[in-house]
Write a protein that binds this ligand. Sequence first.
Ligand SMILES: Cc1cc2nc3c(=O)[nH]c(=O)nc-3n(C[C@H](O)[C@H](O)[C@H](O)COP(=O)(O)OP(=O)(O)OC[C@H]3O[C@@H](n4cnc5c(N)ncnc54)[C@H](O)[C@@H]3O)c2cc1C
Length: 462
Amino acid sequence: MNLGVKALQEGLPEGAWSVDADIIAPQLTEWRDKYFGHTPIMLTPRNTSEVAQAVKLCALHGLKIVPQGGNTGLVGGQIPMGEVLLSLRKMTAVQSVNPTNNSIIIEAGATLRSLQEAADKAGRKFPLSLASEGSCTVGGVLSTNAGGVHVLKYGTTKDLVFGVEAVLADGRIFNGLTDLRKDNTGYDLNRLFLGAEGTLGIITMASLKLFPKPRHVQRAMVGLKTPQDALAILGLASGNPALAMFEVMPAIGMDLVTAHIEGQRYPFAGPHSWFALIDWEVESEAAGIGLAESVLGDALEKGLAQDVIIAQSGSQAAQLLALRENMSAGQKFLGGSVKLDITVPIFDIPDFLKKADTAILKAVPGARPVAFGHFGDGNIHYNIGRPEAMETDAFLARWDELSDIAFDVVESFGGSISAEHGIGIMKKDDLAARANVVKLSLLKAVKNALDPDNIMNPRVLI
Ligand SMILES: Cc1cc2nc3c(=O)[nH]c(=O)nc-3n(C[C@H](O)[C@H](O)[C@H](O)COP(=O)(O)OP(=O)(O)OC[C@H]3O[C@@H](n4cnc5c(N)ncnc54)[C@H](O)[C@@H]3O)c2cc1C
């Protein structure tokens, strides 16, 4: 290992690596404080050829690599455990923006927010939106196929990509940086890198789709009695192509956010058991208010909605969104949660919640499920807070048992054990145990074909 690390120091230009423990330390823990890593060296290449040079040296000296972008991943895939850490943070340039073709080419270390801003400056929209967008990077969202709050209108990250440039495990550069909308020339190799979690190569640049900017985004929040009512309101809203977001939160999540997160205020006069947060992208404010009043007036009349707030200003809309965006931060105050990210068919969400809550409470009486998220995509962040009387460590020691219980329920509805966060380290054993054998063998065949020596992120996914 030392020889290899020395070779990296000698073979790469100054500024493209660091062995300073203080500089490296923040990249070795992650947002949830669940994984703590170590590495002999952090590489910080400034362009694609430096990435290629670094990978060639690693391959030559038998060093394994963990790629890292913004370090906001939630399944541990970006944290090295002795491998070389390759951070893309210095590669942030916008290469080109083409408003006529609605496309942009940008380096992998740019944050999602800077990508959104570059699109905005060109009079366009890049629709991917996550609570972590100030930190997560283009390479990270592509590698995890991130979802976020606009999937029901624009799809997941995979749907927003024309092509990628990636450095392969032997240091060769794959150039798929097209912005062609049509290209039927064999397997779509670009797609291999999307959701691959850094196991097939290092994404260095991406060509991405932009969209017309909506003139007005109309936001509303609804107080509800049950998830079944949320489903019925989604049914009322989903016939209109303007619907861009449909998120749901439980009362326990709302209480945590408003009690503990600075600046967050409960928006309704009375209590509600559930809340839906809805966005419509429309031509004007008047059209937005008209649409919200029509859909939600209908919901009130049918007894599906208990109370409704239709945002009347940008700042009110931002306040409503902040309540949703702070759900994860608020949950930290439960003092230890098992966090799962699952999908089931949308129609089954209410039954899934009932069945999962029953099974979890049978195993751990007093556990506090906090189920929230991208209801409009069938994607629930099914998080389970510890019982008040149980020590955090004792509760978290039961993570695998509780996730198994919840995953059995997910499977009974034909759902997925990872909706948008990926597999990483956290769900690797679950994937191995639950995935179809043919799927697993194909995943392994692709990995072996592109990375036979298992250099790229060797401990994650498979
Ligand atoms: C508060 C919060 C809210 C979140 N909300 C959402 C949400 O709504 N939807 C959602 O999908 N996710 C969400 N996430 C998860 C996370 O933000 C996403 O997974 C994001 O895509 C990770 O980007 P990153 O740059 O931080 O990647 P990292 O955490 O650095 O890495 C994630 C994975 O990608 C690999 N990787 C990173 N960059 C590259 C590259 N250039 N080439 C190859 N592999 C690479 C890493 O090795 C690792 O396996 C949230 C996270 C937080 C903390």
